[in-house]
Design a protein around this ligand. Sequence first.
Ligand code: NAD
Length: 428
Amino acid sequence: MSDKSFNAFKMAQRQFDDTAEMLKLNQGARELLRNPMREYHFNIPVRMDNGEVQVFRGFRVQHNDALGPCKGGIRFHPQETIDTVRALSMWMTWKCAVVEIPLGGGKGGVICDPHNLSEREQEAICRGWVRQISRNVGPLSDIPAPDVMTTAQHMLWMLDEYETIHGGHYPGFITGKPVGMGGSLGRTEATGFGVVFTIREALKQLGLKPKGSVASVQGFGNVAQYAIRLFQQIGGTVTCVSSWDQEDQTSYAFRKADGIDLDGLLAITNRFGGIDKDKARDLGYEVLPGDDWLVQEADVLIPAALENQITGENAGSIHPRVKLIAEGANGPTTPEADAVIEQRDIFLIPDFLANAGGVTCSYFEQVQSNMNYYWERDEVLGKLDSKMTSAFIAVSELAKTRELHMRDAAYMISVSRVAQACKNRGWL
Ligand code: NAD
């Protein structure tokens, strides 16, 4: 969404086409899987606080549901586009397949900027989104979740609207709900922790220890914050983070050579993950241009903000010390950058594997909601660790035996599982 010339869907299709070629998929499978099965575009009229009606554009895309009901977040973003939502829905299909959960891929969005909306207006958008799509989503067909700039509160408003329309309790309709209101313990930290479970396994393969490893992170929202928390807990140091500055309409990187203080930074961060640059300076951080997170002398890079961040133009400036890139965000690396990363032999944990902790825990939440019985946090995180670790090992084993890059290996596993499910159902 950051660059108008960048089309995430074209990138997702290109990645799929390469995989289809490697797997020698037949024409029918290629046509079925390179496009979403269904998509919905709709208007959401909202009476604003000033009394006027503003119409917001909403989307839901269901890429493929051969393995189970569609699953995927809803993003609120001023530059949201249908192609971004299409790409993300496709990546959700591969993500669910790579961690072997019985779900398909979906994604939703609304073109809006929550920075400029009151709580009441946001609630109206959430309820309006559900009113427009309530016949086409549900616990047995398509289960939304939070994503960029949407929260547990948004999910609860959406659930309430859905339950009002359908006249019953359906906590399995949506995930990312507040704990105590159908949410799962561990969900908030799941994506960031999942990223670090895969980093831990990758470091083992690279013969590195977390202690002494240095990371630089792009973004300081949900994924980044919990990835940093667990990376520090296992002994690593994070020397740089970056975030978007709404006032200046640009991003900044915040560096502290001996390691950032996570709680100290959280205290000066707004609810959108924006760090206050003046207060950061007072706390002794160097405030650098936003792109500087990429050029830091670090062992691990964790892009955890947006898509299209590591490109053919800037991949060459990655520091020679970097040995591992773990994609917390969806689609942060373009195919041109992938070529540079491969050529430099940097180990890459692809997005739909690295950040699959969120959907895995969402799946656990859905299971708990449908049973109306909730697990302890340790049980959730233990199950999450074992799912993420098994998925990482399956991908890295295939990468080793077939001499593939990790992204290609992950794609081969996912696409073949989904194509097989379509075949088993008689679609192909
Ligand atoms: P978030 O809204 O909580 O945080 C986004 C962060 O990125 C904020 O700190 C923001 O300031 C920063 N940011 C935005 N533009 C930036 C820029 N140009 N440069 C530097 N920083 C910038 O979002 P999130 O939930 O942490 O999601 C981050 C990424 O991870 C997205 O790509 C999302 O699709 C993906 N993801 C999220 C989850 C989840 O469970 N939250 C799961 C899987 C994937």
